[in-house]
Design a protein around this ligand. Structure first.
Ligand SMILES: *[C@@H]1O[C@H](CO)[C@@H](O)[C@H](O)[C@H]1NC(C)=O
Length: 166
């Protein structure tokens, strides 16, 4: 067995034995069994969504509880190269053009657990994709969400996937 094969196999075994997110994926401390990855190059929401689904085997991160938003923000805050743009999350209403309920890309229902900047759900139908803005003076304000164009605006993004053990 080559050194590289041995290394890959042993890291798979370590991941299996301890059910941890494989490096460089970040463990989701709130929901064990899920992992995050921060892509630090800015792309459109559409491209970010494709990268998470096709290349990373997951989805753009969904924020199911306020506390998960904090876990994701802290991870982003530790790993961001440029903090000025904020980052995409998996919330969009691109499929229903602003008329219906915004949904996570993994189709978890929002259930009213939102964190819009200013407390207002955006209504502009050309702004269908959601990012954490990193704006404002307080830590709480910095975690709030805004919506913008899914195709014209570039941001870094966080993917989330299930820890697969096979
Ligand atoms: C982001 O990280 C900086 C430096 O560690 C820290 O001062 C700041 O409070 C963090 N922001 C939030 C919102 O947690």
């Amino acid at each position: 067995m080559s050194g590289l094969t041995c290394l890959i196999l042993s890291s798979l075994l370590v991941a299996y034995a301890s059910a941890q997110c494989p490096s460089p994926w970040e463990p989701n401390t709130l929901y064990p069994g899920f992992c995050y990855y921060h892509y630090v190059f800015p792309v459109s929401w559409d491209t970010a969504n494709t990268i998470c689904q096709i290349f990373a085997g997951g989805d753009l991160a969904s924020i199911d509880e306020f506390e998960e938003g904090t876990v994701i923000y802290d991870y982003w805050n530790r790993t961001a190269i440029d903090q000025s743009l904020g980052y995409w999350i998996g919330l969009t209403d691109i499929h229903d053009s602003g008329l219906g309920t915004r949904q996570w890309t993994d189709w978890t229902s929002l259930q009213g657990k939102t964190n819009w900047q200013g407390g207002q759900r955006p209504t502009d139908t050309s702004e269908d994709c959601v990012y954490v803005a990193n704006e404002g003076d307080t830590d709480e304000e910095r975690k709030q969400w805004r919506a913008t164009s899914c195709t014209l605006v570039l941001k870094t993004f966080i993917c989330e996937r299930k820890l697969v053990i096979n």
